[in-house]
Write a protein that binds this ligand. Structure first.
Ligand SMILES: Nc1ncnc2c1ncn2[C@@H]1O[C@H](COP(=O)(O)OP(=O)(O)O)[C@@H](O)[C@H]1O
Ligand SMILES: [Mg+2]
Length: 317
């Protein structure tokens, strides 16, 4: 057994001449909440469909729970719960009856305990009150919750959730987040896709950033955050002397702008091996540079993702 729940090498999917997924190398550790993050159309759903054997790869390899995809999926899938785009339910059956049907299709689910499992799954996603309603009358958010409940019927080693908060209101989104957390606390690996950075930041331990089918970055959230270059913002009435000092310590001055108080705002990138900020400030002052403001800032995850994907993330919705 490896320590990876999902691993892909060069995974590729081509639709006609379009590369929906382009040589993807994913490594999702067991026990992680691993986010597949990218704007719409970046290849998240296609990747997930390949992992679950719902679409054939054009190239590359994938392993799920140490089983080769697609050959070994028969052995892996009983341990995988999945929610993928637009879960299909019978509109004329109630939510509970739909789940009972799906549960019956899984040989691991014993008939005697079925109604208990269904009730418990509905409870976890907050659908107990709507259990007896026909799915036809469900909102998009309720259908999404029912899809989640389906993935939760049996205990799984791996949960794969494709945009699980689609169609949910902020309250529903919070509930899904805390559900993911509690599943992860119970030892389940969760692979979750999202186009919403804010959502990912709050719940995942790892992330892979995709753009146009390509992997742009991958790692723990801390690693991804640290990947951005730190910047120094210095407000000074002595810009020439200040810039000379910064350069002396290996910083690269990238911008200067007149400040409201008549002094100058200098921006400089702070290399990994630069002296500590407090030391820099002391040196500036010792060199006779007036320091009216000094700030070290790292790019936010959002700035980082914008830089990686070349487009803004929909963080509000
Ligand atoms: N069945 C398909 N036939 C043709 N193109 C597809 C198909 N499925 C997805 N695509 C294309 O592949 C790209 C990636 O889509 P998708 O995996 O759904 O992205 P995401 O889930 O990140 O929004 C998109 O450009 C999409 O139009
Ligand atoms: Mg998608």
């Amino acid at each position: 057994m490896t320590d990876l729940a999902v691993e892909t090498r060069g995974l590729t999917k081509r639709f006609g001449h379009q590369l929906a997924v382009d040589s993807l190398d994913l490594a999702a550790p067991r026990g992680s909440v691993f986010a597949l993050l990218g704007p719409n159309g970046s290849g998240k759903t296609t990747t997930i469909r390949m992992l679950l054997g719902l679409a054939a790869a054009t190239g590359g390899t994938a392993r799920v729970l140490d089983h080769e995809v697609p050959g070994g999926l028969g052995a892996a899938l009983p341990q995988v719960g999945a929610l993928i785009e637009g879960p299909a339910f019978y509109p004329f059956l109630t939510g509970a009856d739909n789940l009972a049907r799906l549960d019956a299709a899984d040989p691991r689910g014993r008939a005697r305990t079925r109604s208990h499992r269904v009730a418990e799954a509905l409870e976890r996603v907050g659908l107990t009150k709507a259990a007896g309603k026909k799915v036809r009358a469900y909102s998009l958010g309720m259908k999404q919750r029912l899809g989640l409940a389906n993935a939760l019927l049996l205990p799984r080693e791996l949960l794969v959730l494709d945009e699980p908060t689609n169609g949910l209101d902020p309250q529903g989104t919070r509930e899904v987040r805390s559900l993911i957390r509690s599943l992860a606390d119970g030892g389940t690996t969760v692979l979750v896709s999202s186009h919403l950075l804010a959502e990912v930041e709050q719940v995942s331990t790892h992330a892979a950033v995709m753009h146009q089918g390509r992997l742009k970055a991958q790692g723990t959230l801390a690693e991804l955050r640290a990947a951005g270059t730190a910047q120094v913002l210095l407000r000074t009435p002595d810009p020439e002397a200040a810039a000379a000092e910064l350069v002396r310590f290996g910083l690269v001055v990238t911008g200067r702008q007149q400040a409201a108080d008549g002094s100058t705002d200098l921006t400089a990138t702070l290399p990994e091996d630069a002296p500590a900020p407090e030391y820099l400030v002391a040196e500036l002052v010792a060199a006779g540079v007036g320091v009216r403001g000094f700030e070290v800032r790292r790019p936010s995850m959002e700035e980082l993702f914008v830089a990686l994907t070349g487009e803004g993330f929909d963080v509000a919705r």
